[in-house]
Design a protein around this ligand. Sequence first.
Ligand SMILES: Nc1ncnc2c1ncn2[C@@H]1O[C@H](COP(=O)(O)OP(=O)(O)OP(=O)(O)O)[C@@H](O)[C@H]1O
Ligand SMILES: [Mg+2]
Length: 299
Amino acid sequence: MTEPILKLNNLTKTYIVGRRKNAKRAQKAISALQKKYEKFIAKNNELEAKKVARVLQKAQTLFANEQYEASYKTVTGKSLRKRPRDRGSVIHALNSVDLRINKGDLVAVIGPSGSGKSTLLNMLGLLDDPSSGQMFLNGKSVASISHNELPEIRSRELGFVFQSFNLVPTLTALENVMLPLRYSGMHIRKRRKTAAEALQQVGLEERIKHTPSELSGGQQQRVAIARSIVNKPSIILGDELTGELDSKMTAQIMKLIKKLNANGQTFIIVTHNPEVAKACKRVIHMRDGRVVKDIKQVV
Ligand SMILES: Nc1ncnc2c1ncn2[C@@H]1O[C@H](COP(=O)(O)OP(=O)(O)OP(=O)(O)O)[C@@H](O)[C@H]1O
Ligand SMILES: [Mg+2]
């Protein structure tokens, strides 16, 4: 089997809101153990890594079942006093997700609001650290990539369309789309030309000098799409990629995506739109932080 372009192993992301001291302590203990695991892996010490993995697995399962004291004890051997009066909540935004994304995949991620779609996408885009579990990009453990290297790798390998677009308000459409090319080594004139071509692909050639506030929601979204594809990253992640577009424009963007996908680019798109999901080769259903269905379809 070929190496997946992105792989998640038993990945969790937990948010702790409020005091919830025991949950926080258990979470910290798990993170520390996770680091230890990474170290053994880096040193090829498989025996110790396996031992740690077993403890980790048990602690994570207990944590997911809200048994924070038992989870803490599994990792540290120490007991915690119960704190029934601690207010707050523990949110399992992602709960033990195993996922393989292969080169050339065209994936739709669907599921109810709050089911963890954006959290998953942020993980896959290396924009957030997991609470536990592993992530691999082209077979390389993401935890082993240093923080200085990350922005460049992200910019080369990954294109992102955010749910809120994240355009720079003071820059024109063209300048926004030029941003990902800053590591490319291209001459400024070439960068301008490449960005203009990307804007043309999304049908915005007549708006290149407009700033985001001078554009409609759908136009801003298309600028964000142009920005995500301009440097031809291997993976493009879109959160509600077509959320602001009418059905005609959505169909046009999906056509563009299919064309780029046929040329080998991988797409992962969060969507509420059944038409968009229908056009994808694979549909991942999320619920309560878990992948509950993963379906291949013929398109
Ligand atoms: N920074 C945070 N702190 C605490 N809880 C968070 C945080 N970010 C997300 N959550 C919670 O994590 C869960 C998953 O959120 P996420 O944004 O991934 O959902 P989503 O599936 O993208 O939803 P939507 O379709 O509404 O965009 C939600 O319950 C959310 O409230
Ligand atoms: Mg979301």
